[in-house]
Design a protein around this ligand. Structure first.
Ligand code: F6P
Length: 532
């Protein structure tokens, strides 16, 4: 399959994407929809043959069978011997999902109702703190226990009418310091979010928050909640069972915002809007399970990714949401994609025969336009871009802003597609009165090669439901790409070594241990800090 695709790529490489629009309804043929959400991939060098070959690749890789196995609770996370069932967290109908012969749905739905009762009580004041109604919620977590809720809280701020939420993740004391100084301990709820309840950054921050609260609150335990798979550890730490919201090990950290890890978002936006978020995710699941691959958004998004990264050799991809409130989405996708598919070995432990998943990066538009877009338009490396934008903004009185935002988004993908030729630039320079060598020199600086691929995901408005659709879309995209590449997208062994070494360096930094066995650079840096 790869050989065919490589040959196909060689035949089509360098072809002008703009010319592909000459035949028929390319926009209609190379876009796919789920309800009101539209994924346009017509501005890529993919034609009907490419698409057919890519779909055949997905079929040969067994995407459908592995997808079904995942949804059915089979232990597809083989290196950890776990099922992969974050999809169960948004299965609001309670359709049976079994792990080891046991239906997991009653417990999932029970936890959801406990979360809803608690979130509602926090919002309406029936659960209160020493100083009265909760005004602030601090979510302490990192990675998957932070990025999802932090991203969603900001994305859905037009819906946030509960207490203010703050997110602390970094072990850098500056992070918690800056949040604590904004909050009143007598009216603050601290949520310790950690699947394992052992993550050093989170536990250090949680301890600091507890000390801060204890200065003014007599029963600190009453103002703490825990979100974890390790309820025993949360209990040992002193959090009462009624405020421990558990989830099973078949929910991966970076896939966990649908369940208890989303509690802060639920408190902020309310249980109904959080349900709408889950419904959006569930709608994407149903689509992923049932739509033909040629119309299947996660499959198509993955295949475009495979085409750009594996066949065209573009090592990164940029996610550029034209939505300021999606400012944390690129960071969220970085964990989702790079922790999932940034591996060197395939499922059976042998070396990957392809590159692993790409580097993912981005920033909201239009800000990026005035920063790194220079490289995207004229740099020597091609960066495939994934734009996303809502047709309408939330600020009706500022509709003219939104129109400009949308115009900029479309203009960027058009510029990447169309470019500007040397002849055109010469004409422009001539019109400015330049001649000879100076005209030529100036013209060359102004050339845009164009023919640079991008996709656009467009939807009516950023709502909880739409956010749910987008997150589930990207989760499944990662799954499809991982399956095609033979990667287990659900483990993350690559984060372990650094954690171990950091623990070992702690006593060396404080001088309790010497640095025997450490390299010269590390020892030199340790000395620098010790002498500072
Ligand atoms: O170090 C990586 C990681 O394990 C992520 O996969 C996870 O999301 C994050 O740390 C936080 O882990 P926990 O929720 O167990 O504190």
């Amino acid at each position: 399959m790869w050989t065919d695709l490589k040959a196909h790529y060689a035949r089509t490489e360098g072809r002008n994407i703009l010319n592909l629009f000459a035949d028929g309804d390319r926009f209609g043929d190379f876009s796919a929809a789920l309800g009101d959400m539209l994924f346009d991939y017509s501005k890529t060098n993919i034609d009907a043959d490419t698409r057919a070959s890519l779909i055949a690749l997905a079929e040969t890789a067994g995407v459908a069978a592995r997808r079904d196995a995942m949804f059915a609770g089979e232990k597809i996370n083989e290196t950890e011997g776990r099922s992969v069932l974050h999809t169960a967290l948004r299965n609001l109908d309670g359709r049976k999902v079994e792990v080891d012969g046991q239906d997991v749905m009653p417990e999932v739905l029970d936890t959801l109702s406990r979360m809803e009762a608690f979130a509602t009580a926090v919002r309406d004041g029936s659960y209160s703190a020493q100083g009265g109604k909760i005004t602030d919620v601090i979510n302490i977590g990192i990675g998957g226990s932070d990025l999802g809720p932090a991203m969603a809280y900001r994305a859905l701020s037009p819906y946030a009418d509960g207490p203010a939420c703050h997110y602390v993740s970094n072990v850098d004391g500056a992070d918690i310091h800056d949040v604590l100084k904004k909050c009143d301990p007598t009216t603050t709820l601290v949520i310790v979010a950690s699947k394992t309840f052992t993550t050093i950054e989170t536990m250090t921050n949680a301890e600091t928050a507890r000390k801060w609260m204890a200065e003014q609150v007599s029963d600190t335990g009453a103002q703490f909640a825990a979100l974890s798979s390790a309820d025993d550890k949360a209990a040992e730490w002193g959090i009462a069972a009624e405020r421990v919201f558990g989830f099973e090990d078949w929910v991966g950290g970076r896939y966990s915002m649908w369940g208890p890890i989303g509690l802060s978002v639920m408190i902020a936006i309310g249980a109904d809007d959080f349900r709408a978020f889950l419904q959006g995710g569930d709608a994407m699941d149903t689509h992923f399970l049932t739509a033909d691959f040629s119309e299947n958004l996660p499959v198509l998004l993955a295949l475009v990714g495979i085409w750009h990264h594996q066949l065209s050799g573009h090592g990164t991809r940029a996610v550029l949401p034209y939505d300021n409130r999606l400012g944390r989405l690129p960071a969220y996708f970085q964990q989702l994609e790079m922790e999932s598919n940034g591996k060197s070995v395939s499922m059976d432990g042998s070396d990957l025969t392809n590159q692993a998943g790409p580097i993912v990066w981005g920033e909201p538009g239009t800000n990026g336009q005035h920063a790194f877009y220079q490289l995207i338009h004229q740099g020597t490396q091609v960066v495939p871009v994934e734009f996303m934008v809502a047709a309408k903004g939330h600020e009706e009185d500022l509709a003219h802003h939104h129109k400009l935002l949308v115009a900029n988004c479309f203009a960027q993908s058009e510029a990447l597609l169309r470019g500007r030729s040397l002849d055109e630039c010469r004409e422009r320079m001539a019109a400015k009165g330049l001649t000879g060598d100076e005209l030529e020199r100036q013209a060359r600086h102004r050339v845009f090669s164009g023919n640079r691929p991008s996709t656009t995901l467009i939807y009516p408005k950023m709502t909880p439901y739409v956010l749910g659709q987008i997150i589930a879309l990207y989760e499944h995209r990662v799954f499809v790409e991982g399956t095609i590449l033979g990667i287990n997208s659900y483990d993350q062994w690559g984060v372990e070594l650094g954690k171990e070494l950091a623990l070992a360096l702690d006593p060396i930094l404080s001088g309790e241990q010497d640095g025997a066995g450490k390299d010269g650079s590390t020892l030199g840096l340790v000395k620098y800090v010790q002498n500072a």
